[in-house]
Design a protein around this ligand. Structure first.
Ligand SMILES: [Zn+2]
Length: 63
């Protein structure tokens, strides 16, 4: 997870972490980040549901 953002409600779904943080304008962003080395999957979403769905359906190519 990026160290410059404070995430809350962080959950782990498989290798993917989902967290909620405020962006620079005070809006909530929901980020899904894969923790597997060399995967590099990371996406921001407008809703928590979308972020968790992405985490659940993420197919890690690094096994
Ligand atoms: Zn992955």
């Amino acid at each position: 997870m990026p160290a410059n953002r404070r995430f809350r409600n962080v959950v782990r779904i498989g290798p993917v972490q989902v967290g909620t943080a405020y962006d620079g304008r005070g809006r909530e962003k929901h980020t899904a980040v894969c923790t597997a080395p060399r995967c590099g999957f990371s996406n921001d979403f407008d809703t928590r549901a979308a972020a968790e769905l992405a985490a659940r359906t993420h197919r890690c190519r690094v096994r």
